[in-house]
Ligand binder design. Sequence first.
Ligand code: UT7
Length: 310
Amino acid sequence: MQAGIIGIGKYVPEKVVTNFDLEKIMETSDEWIRTRTGIEERRIASEDMDTSHMAYLAAKEAMENAQVKPEDIDLILTATVTPDQPFPSISCMLQDQLGAKHAAALDVSAACAGFMYAMVTAKQFIESGTYKNVLIVGAEKLSKITDWKDRNTAVLFGDGAGAVIMAPVSNGRGVLSFELGADGSGGKHLYQDQHIFMNGREVFKFAVRQMGESAVHVIEKAGINKEDVSYLIPHQANIRIMEAARQRLELPVEKMSNTIAKYGNTSAASIPISLYDDVKAGKIKDDDIVVMVGFGGGLTWGAILMKWGR
Ligand code: UT7
């Protein structure tokens, strides 16, 4: 029995903030942001839209898409570094709001790799036969921990949420391999004090190396070849980092997800948001081999190779 994705959902705030809008409030330029990061605009949540609300809207759509009833959810895992408060967790809030009365609930803190960690956790429960339906959400309101006076970080981030339902899927489909890892010694390069602090160059070097390596490792573990990969969904942190991973896999441009231009870096939400947009656009079809790979503060990383379909 293999665990796979049977439903997807997404929510992004309506408010679009373009690079040109940022030019007006800090010393930066559309040209710098676009060429250095690939970002053109991002969504920013309103005051009254906290992380849990975005998570709820994405989760609701994923449940409808999967045709799973609230009472049939066994576990809720939310990957986030921007919960509404330290506790109760976003997952507990969702458990109540969705009416998932039989679900256990906890949040996963692994920064931008959080969604990969949560999916792998769900896979263990499903494939051991312990749980059937797991709701996994990646949700962030990064705008509330962004230092809007620091142009090194303020131009990068956005808000949003993506969700999936994982459950047993038909033979041969689902998660075929994964890799998770951490290097706490690099924690000093990317952390939250009051705001986000980042040593961009150090994180960049780590990311370029780790994304490529993790992608190659999950391909090897699945016993397939690079040529068999249909689609790559890298964490949307910087187009130059994503490009390095794509080139390592020798994939054409159209086989890599690219939603960073529209949403910026949404941390734990970036992979499920991209997955959602790409499935809806028909770029991912049944039996496609999809590689997802994330990295982030911790430092953490995670990759999953799956055969798409229920
Ligand atoms: O999901 C979390 C993981 N985070 C990441 O993956 C981020 C990884 N790092 C990066 O993506 C890149 O390092 C950045 C996009 C953050 C920065 O790009 P870079 O090519 O590494 O630029 P840099 O930090 O070396 O800065 C180059 C110059 C500096 O000016 P000087 O010192 O050369 O005069 C910066 O002050 O660009 C300047 N700069 C800016 N200029 C205009 C930095 N930020 C900005 C800005 N607008 N927003």
